[in-house]
Design a protein around this ligand. Structure first.
Ligand code: SF4
Ligand SMILES: [Zn+2]
Length: 368
């Protein structure tokens, strides 16, 4: 499908962009907050496919509560993100350490992959102080079962020095991954609709820096962001997978793709469109279709079935009869990469879903 990858040539404009008031003159000792600054915002445990040997390993994803994302000043951040509503003022090294130690104490005994996320960027010094970045790696180095660690950041805070500093603190048998919210290969969708402020050039630069630092690159891609219908949601996700795979291979960086099926967050433009009826929630059969296409193309993918503890009507779903079975199968696919885990999953509602995607070009079709 012809997507016009209009480059955004103004990356520099986005660097050191506005700094919200809550970052200024912050008293890092303050704990006078609405949320508990000593507890992570979200923690999830499930299985993921080990990137080296393909076996299923236990994954823990934690989102540490920080002062929030510097990109989101409450007015013009990314239009699908509600992380600002979970932020607290005055979170510094001590609070972050406390949060991480509490997450580590709750680790299952066999956790092998840990995603250390924050409400913004791990490499922004005002969100995550440098001292904590180093301390966090020391804490994770002391966990013998942990074999890979993922951190996430906006592109403008990623450079070779920061990646190398963090990676150097891990053990030799531990891998560092850098997650980047690419969201879509369509830069107009990414930057005009989602307000991501991320150029194609920056995606390439981050991949190149990862390659140089020996860090695996992880692209987050949304599945059906707002303004897309079911059919275009699949097309956009497949195009994104194709773009990232080709780019990563041409640069020679190790990579994987973390698809993020869109759910309805609170207080966002997405929520407004959902409530007005102009955005329809993603159907789980579309994820099944995308999983099969990805397997066919040998893309290393994972579907982040995160839910931020939201109610069911805000999450991707099919019908009440098959939703739970499809979610289970998608989780099994995450840990195996084997599309046969969808075999035998039939439901009457598939016909309704097929009608919503019947105009899909053949290259975006999977036998569902
Ligand atoms: S999606 Fe990421 S960059 Fe955008 S506002 Fe949310 S935390 Fe910030
Ligand atoms: Zn069904």
């Amino acid at each position: 499908m012809n997507i016009n990858y209009t480059p955004l040539d103004t990356l520099e404009e986005h660097q050191n962009k506005r700094v919200p008031a809550r970052f200024r003159d912050t008293d890092l000792d303050s704990t006078d907050t609405e949320f508990d600054a000593l507890r992570a915002a979200f923690v999830t445990t499930n299985k993921i496919r080990h990137t080296h040997n393909g076996s299923a390993v236990t994954r823990v994803m934690a989102v540490l509560r920080t002062v929030g994302c510097a990109w989101d000043d409450g007015v013009s951040g990314c239009t699908m993100c509600d992380f600002k509503s979970y932020a607290v003022e005055g979170v510094g090294v001590a609070e972050l350490t406390n949060q991480l130690e509490a997450v580590v104490r709750g680790f299952p005994s066999n956790v092998a992959h840990f995603e250390l996320l924050t409400l913004g960027s791990f490499f922004h010094d005002l969100e995550v102080p440098r001292e904590f970045r180093k301390r966090a790696m020391d804490i994770l180095t002391a966990q013998p079962t942990i074999k890979s660690v993922l951190v996430e950041s906006r592109a403008e805070y990623v450079n070779l020095e920061r990646l190398v500093e963090v990676k150097a603190r891990l053990r030799g048998d531990q891998t560092l991954e850098l997650g980047l919210g690419v969201e879509s290969s369509n830069s107009r969708l990414r930057n005009k609709i989602l307000r991501k402020g991320l150029s194609d050039r920056s995606v390439r630069r981050v991949m190149e820096v990862c390659k140089e630092a020996g860090v695996r690159f992880v692209a987050y891609l949304l599945v059906k962001p707002h303004t897309l219908d079911e059919k275009d949601g699949i097309i956009d996700a497949v195009d994104g997978g194709e773009w990232i795979s080709n780019l990563a291979k041409s640069i020679g960086v190790e990579y994987r793709i973390a698809y993020e099926p869109v759910f309805i967050t609170h207080g966002t433009m997405l929520e407004q469109m959902f409530q007005e009826g102009s955005y329809k929630i993603l159907n789980l059969w579309s994820i099944v279709s995308l999983a099969k296409i990805s397997a066919d193309r040998h893309w290393p993918v994972f579907f982040g079935m995160s839910d931020e503890n939201l109610s069911d009507e805000r999450l991707p779903r099919s019908c009440p009869t098959c939703s739970a079975a499809l979610r289970d199968a998608i989780q099994r696919f995450n840990s195996s990469g084997d599309p046969s885990c969808f075999d035998g999953l039939d439901c009457a509602c598939q016909e309704d879903w097929l009608r919503t995607v019947d105009a899909l070009p053949s290259e975006y079709r999977a036998a569902v």
